[in-house]
Design a protein around this ligand. Structure first.
Ligand code: SAH
Length: 250
């Protein structure tokens, strides 16, 4: 055992609307086996449940300490890195990482802010608006004939990679990235300004904001860069208000 085994990693496992309580219990056990303890449940269908408790083995403490939240945004608000897991690699417009690469990045970045790894529903996986809240997608390599793993087994493999990365990797602080909540505020500000200056027609907004949001998630702006852009938007807002006032005066 190294010292790192005792240092809890600031990485949370987020399960969205899990249908089967057995999967929640098995995920808690998978986490504890690999030294993780932050379980977030977004609107679970059946929890707490005896089935979850029995599948957790000796990880009932992880279940008891699980944080239950109504929305994915609430689970991610204070995170700066969000990795969504998916069995499908097509049709998802996010940069892809292997489980191993994701684990390395998560272990490096958890020194700055909490990292979230998000798992989807047993049947439906992640919805589009949930994928849009992630920076990267994690695909576990599997047989193309049947690449869809059981939810808790996907959690197990990801937690195993995180555990391995935490043992190997010298942990040093990385760049500070904005929190999910801060990026969301920026995107709201951008949308408001875009409407105010008629870049977006509020009656026919189309997909423009979704595309811009994708750009800013992909860019992984640092905190400094984000505050620069917010300053820029504030200057645009002021100029726009001045123009409107002078139009009204004429
Ligand atoms: N039909 C769903 C499958 C969901 S499986 C879909 O198309 O997405 C339930 C969850 O397990 C997924 O949302 C994902 O979080 C995880 N999962 C299953 N197989 C995976 C794989 N090969 N790579 C990464 N995550 C996987």
């Amino acid at each position: 055992m190294t010292g790192l085994d005792h240092m809890a990693l600031n990485i949370r496992i987020v399960l969205i609307k899990t249908w089967h309580p057995g999967n929640i219990g098995a995920a808690a056990r998978a986490m504890k086996n690999m030294g993780l303890d932050q379980l977030y449940l977004v609107d679970p269908v059946d929890f707490p449940s005896p089935e979850a408790t029995s599948r957790a083995g000796q990880a009932t403490d992880v279940l008891a300490n699980a944080t239950i939240v109504p929305t994915l945004a609430a689970a991610l608000a204070d995170c700066a890195l969000v990795i969504g897991t998916s069995a499908r690699d097509r049709s998802i417009p996010l940069p892809a990482l292997s489980a191993e690469q994701s684990a390395q990045q998560a272990v490096a970045e958890q020194t700055q802010s909490p990292v979230a790894i998000v798992f989807g529903r047993e049947r439906m996986g992640l919805h589009n608006d949930e994928i849009q809240q992630c920076h990267f997608q994690l695909n576990i390599d599997a047989s193309p004939d049947y690449p869809v793993l059981n939810l808790s087994q996907a959690v197990q493999l990801v937690c195993y990679e995180i555990h391995k990365a935490s043992l190997i990797q010298p942990i040093r602080p990385t760049e500070a990235y904005p929190l999910h909540q801060e990026l969301a505020h920026f995107q709201d500000h951008l949308a408001n300004t875009a409407q105010a200056i008629n870049f977006i027609n509020s009656r026919h907004p189309g997909q423009v904001m979704e595309h811009l949001q994708a750009v800013f998630r992909r860019a992984r702006l640092t905190r400094k860069e984000l505050s620069l852009l917010r300053g820029f938007l504030t200057a645009v807002d002021k100029t726009d208000r001045r123009d409107q006032e002078s139009d009204a005066a004429h």
